[in-house]
Design a protein around this ligand. Structure first.
Ligand code: ZN
Length: 468
């Protein structure tokens, strides 16, 4: 069995093998922690999760690095408004991001480097690029000289003349040699130091640009050539193109061998969901509305192939919840089945479904197709169980099939003890309603928590819950 992945760089499906036998170096672009992540962001994260789980199923050890961008213009702006340092401001959203990942059963990365803790690495990179003529300084700002890197545009397949014309509009305020040149280092503005957002450098006090962070942190932990670099298609240009230019201009080596890009989550009108278009729901919104996090996980990871757009709506979430319910139900039934029955008719079918499931995953992580094979058997298995005709061999083969799928899905296990995230989200929503003196909403949430078996007690130290 060979694993085939679609490599954006070559524009083709390619057989995957890491540089070092048995070990995959994986870098995935992480969040900018300036606000709560919207559910569309988690589609990307769960694509990383799927890839990583399948690499592990395929026998690889994976070293996964995902950066935390804790300095950028939005963070700076919001922190100034909130009269906080950028660290104080971003800490809330960083914590929320990790909580959300845990809620969605994301398999944690090995390293989550923060940009602000790698300023030295960034300065070293920028210094090297300046020394080699790949960058230039203008009044405390440092820019990458795109003309010095002839391969620019190879990933996004955009022609350079077009890039230059398209990039001109938004960038006139900088004194750059060429409109497509991009910032590696930005001169500090007045008061940035008070926000903890200015670092000394050979070019004066300032902060790193966004693109250079990823190059610095990826190479710091994974070496100069990565096996796989992932991100959303919206990052292909300019972010990933810029990462390649900076890194390869610095090292003279290929930066990443495989580039994998996931499509976006779209709303009903087909628009990309994002904060800038306003059509957003955070994971917390969905949990407060009573959606099961495991169903949300299933929807995001198996609702569509990662390279196809995924439409977000209530029906799709409900159908995901129903599929999870059917998988769990069959799993529970199989564990109860008495083993004396001798009928092994389903064994071959379950084993061939498992082979087809595996082949789908090996074919560029086609999980939706794989689940089609699984559900074909779920139907037959339930019918056979109804008739009491599942022998031990069939039973084990069916359980193996479910386990194989669950290695990617991770939906069969029950929630750990403690409050389920959606119930916690309802408590949080009630607290917010009370703070806004919206007592009708607060009472409604209290009542619906009671129906879920959770009783609330308000005390001076805050709200406490217990099970009824
Ligand atoms: Zn990045």
């Amino acid at each position: 069995m060979t694993l085939t992945l679609y490599n954006t760089l070559s524009g083709a499906l390619e057989e995957f093998a890491p540089l070092e036998a048995g070990r995959v170096r994986l870098y995935t672009c992480g969040p900018t922690v300036w606000n709560y992540a919207h559910v569309g962001n988690f589609r990307g994260n769960l694509f990383y999760d799927l890839l990583k789980r399948h690499l592990r199923v395929s026998g690889y050890q994976v070293t996964h690095v995902m950066n935390i961008t804790d300095i950028d213009d939005r963070i700076l702006h919001e922190a100034a408004h909130a009269r906080q340092t950028i660290r104080e401001y971003s800490a809330t959203y960083e914590r929320a991001f990790f909580e959300d990942l845990e809620t969605l059963r994301f398999m944690p990365a090995d390293i989550y480097p923060r940009a602000t803790e790698h300023i030295g690495d960034i300065i070293e990179l920028v210094g090297g690029l300046l020394a080699d003529g790949h960058a230039y300084e203008v009044d405390g700002d440092v820019y990458f000289r795109v003309d010095s890197f002839p391969a620019y545009g190879a990933l996004s397949k955009l022609d350079r003349a077009g890039l230059r014309a398209g990039a001109r509009v938004a960038t006139d305020k900088y004194e750059k040699e060429s409109a497509s040149d991009f910032a590696l280092w930005k001169r500090a503005g007045e008061g940035d130091d008070l926000l903890g957002a200015a670092w000394p450098s050979p070019w004066g006090a300032g902060r790193p640009g966004w693109h250079i962070e990823c190059s610095a942190m990826a190479m710091r932990y994974l070496g100069q050539t990565l096996d796989v670099h992932c991100g959303g298609v919206d990052l292909k240009f300019p972010h990933h193109e810029n990462e390649i230019a900076q890194s390869e201009a610095f090292t003279g080596l290929p930066f990443a061998r495989f580039w994998l890009h996931n499509e976006m989550l779209a709303d009903l009108s087909g628009e990309k969901m994002s904060k800038s278009t306003g059509n957003i729901a955070t994971l917390r919104d969905l949990l407060a509305a009573g959606h099961d996090p495991v169903a949300i996980r299933y929807f995001l990871v198996a609702g569509a192939h990662y390279r196809s757009p995924l439409r977000f709506d209530d029906d799709a979430l409900h159908s995901a919840a129903e599929q999870v319910r059917r998988l769990r139900e069959l799993h529970a039934r199989l564990q109860e089945t008495p083993r004396e029955v001798a009928d092994e008719g389903l064994r071959g079918e379950a084993e061939s479904a498992r082979a087809r499931y595996r082949a789908s995953l090996d074919n560029d992580l086609n999980l939706p197709q794989g689940m089609g094979h699984v559900f074909d058997v779920v139907r037959t298995a339930n019918a056979a169980l109804d008739r009491g005709r599942v022998g031990e061999g069939s039973q084990l083969a069916l359980l193996r099939l479910l386990d194989e799928a669950d290695a990617h899905l991770d939906v069969l296990r029950a929630d750990d003890e403690g409050l389920e995230p959606r119930l916690q989200a309802m408590i949080d929503a009630r607290e917010r309603a009370r703070a806004q003196r919206d007592f009708a909403t607060a009472d409604r949430l209290r009542e619906s928590l009671r129906e879920h078996g959770v009783l609330l007690e308000d005390s001076k130290s805050g709200v406490r819950w217990r099970r009824s």
